[in-house]
Design a binder for this molecule. Structure first.
Ligand code: COA
Length: 332
């Protein structure tokens, strides 16, 4: 049995936070943000809108496009670093319940911006082993809830949104997800972290900022490690599978920074039309960024059945992952 990437869906909250809005909040400028990151705007969830709410909307679309009955889903995985509740219950169980799926195996993955690729890897393994047949994987983030809007080094980068995919069992080798790479290096844990809330932290701090509930990032060091890791991982997965970069129809990197994406694309000698870019309109949506980007090329009619996608992710942990994935659904 093989695992096929059958469908994609996404949800983008309506409220937009533009660079001009941020100019009024911190000492920054539209010019600086666009030049250093490629970001123009990002979407922000409503106050009462949760990570699970957004995940549910993306999932409904993915289920419909897969052409399956929701009751055929036997596993739900949600990749997120901004769950509805820290610790428990998992956001995946809440999403499953809101979809009317009460008995499936459901749990979250914490791998930051690499979360969707980790989820893909787990779905592939469960399907290939014969244990599951239709796995719903979701990347959903309400990063605005853990962003410090007084820190110009981070608040300009992040946005909210969700993406979802159905990974299904197939006997057709031509549809099979070819390979998924995943890795991590905890020695770099301090580059990107939300310091508090874990078992190693105090609980009596007076306010959220001082309590360390917001993301902290060593941006410049993260940038350099990101370029190095993203490049070496995709070079490795292409070499190991004997696939030339020219055979990739869509290179879909984690959307953190245009300059990082450009550096990796150049290292792989990719043409502009092979590289999928959404960072300008969504910013960095962590675990949701890759499925949101896949949905963008689906919606615009660029993604067609059989197209070979190369996914490439990098995030806090540090974690990284890449995947060679033929699209096994019908194009729009
Ligand atoms: N507006 C204006 N100036 C800013 C700024 C902002 N929003 N943020 C930082 N600066 C300033 C700094 O204070 C610094 O000023 P100084 O030279 O007077 O000290 C200067 O700009 C350069 O800062 P630096 O951090 O070196 O900038 P950079 O070119 O590395 O860009 C990031 C900053 C965050 C955009 C970039 O490092 C980045 O994208 N990093 C990786 C992010 C990422 O991928 N994270 C997630 C991984 S999943």
């Amino acid at each position: 049995m093989y695992a096929a990437f059958r469908s994609i869906g996404a949800y983008v909250p309506t409220k937009i936070l533009s660079n001009a809005d941020l100019e009024r909040m911190v000492d920054t400028s539209d010019e600086w943000i666009f030049k250093r990151t490629g970001i123009k705007e990002r979407h922000i969830a409503a106050e009462n809108e949760t990570t699970s709410d957004m995940g549910v909307e993306a999932a409904k679309i993915a289920i419909e496009r897969a052409g399956i009955d929701k009751n055929q889903i036997d596993m739900v995985i949600c990749a997120t670093i901004s769950p509805d509740y820290f610790c428990m219950p998992s956001t995946a169980t809440i999403i499953a319940d809101k979809l009317g799926l009460q008995k499936v195996m459901a749990y979250d993955i914490s791998a930051a911006c690499t979360g969707f690729v980790y989820a893909l890897s787990v779905a592939k393994a469960f399907i290939e082993s014969g244990m599951k047949k239709n796995v719903l994987i979701i990347g959903s983030e309400k990063l605005s809830a853990i962003t410090d809007y007084t820190d110009r080094g981070t608040c300009i980068l992040f946005g909210d949104g969700a993406g979802a995919a159905i990974i299904s069992a197939t006997s057709a080798q031509s549809e099979a997800i070819i390979d998924v790479h995943t890795g991590s290096d905890g020695a770099y844990a301090d580059l990107l972290m939300t310091p508090n809330g874990g078992s190693g932290s105090a609980h009596d701090e007076p306010n959220r900022e001082e309590a360390g509930c917001f993301m902290k990032m060593k941006g410049n060091e993260t940038f350099k490690v990101a370029v190095r890791t993203l490049t070496s991982d995709v070079v490795a997965i292409l070499e190991e599978n004997n696939i030339a970069s020219s055979a990739i129809k869509h290179f879909i990197p984690h959307q953190a920074n245009y300059r990082i994406i450009k550096a990796v694309g150049d290292a792989l000698n990719l043409e502009e039309e092979q590289v999928v870019l959404t960072v300008e309109k969504y910013g960095n949506t962590s675990g949701a960024s890759i499925p949101m980007a896949i949905n963008d090329i689906y919606e615009s009619g660029r993604l067609q059945e059989g197209d070979l996608m190369l996914l490439d992710a990098f995030g806090g942990g540090l974690t990284w992952g890449s995947a060679l994935v033929p699209f096994a659904g019908k194009g729009k």
